[in-house]
Design a protein around this ligand. Structure first.
Ligand code: SF4
Length: 90
């Protein structure tokens, strides 16, 4: 792979992972929809509360869909490039 190609791959990887997700544990009611939509990101722990197992297990779109599926808005999505909170909408 040429250096030029490597640069392109690096840019693509960065774009895939530009959203950061956090779970507010006190808001989670164990509905499990975040895990169903983005199983590479969310997992229910032994207490049945969602935890983030990786920031790179699914695409940004799947992260966002998982967050939007949460009935209590317990998942916060932040754009790491702009610092903006993407979800829940303020
Ligand atoms: S969708 Fe929301 S309430 Fe359900 S497990 Fe995920 S964080 Fe918890």
């Amino acid at each position: 792979m040429s250096d030029d190609q490597k640069d392109k791959v690096a840019v693509n990887e960065k774009q895939i992972g530009k959203y950061k997700v956090e779970v507010m544990r006190d808001k989670c009611i164990s509905a499990g929809s975040c895990e169903a939509i983005a199983p590479g990101i969310f997992e229910l722990d032994e207490e049945g509360i969602a935890v983030v197992i990786s920031q790179n297990g699914n695409t940004d779109e799947e992260k966002l869909l998982g967050a939007q599926s949460c009935p209590t808005d317990a998942v916060i999505v932040t754009d790491t490039e702009t610092g903006e909170q993407v979800w829940p909408k303020k």
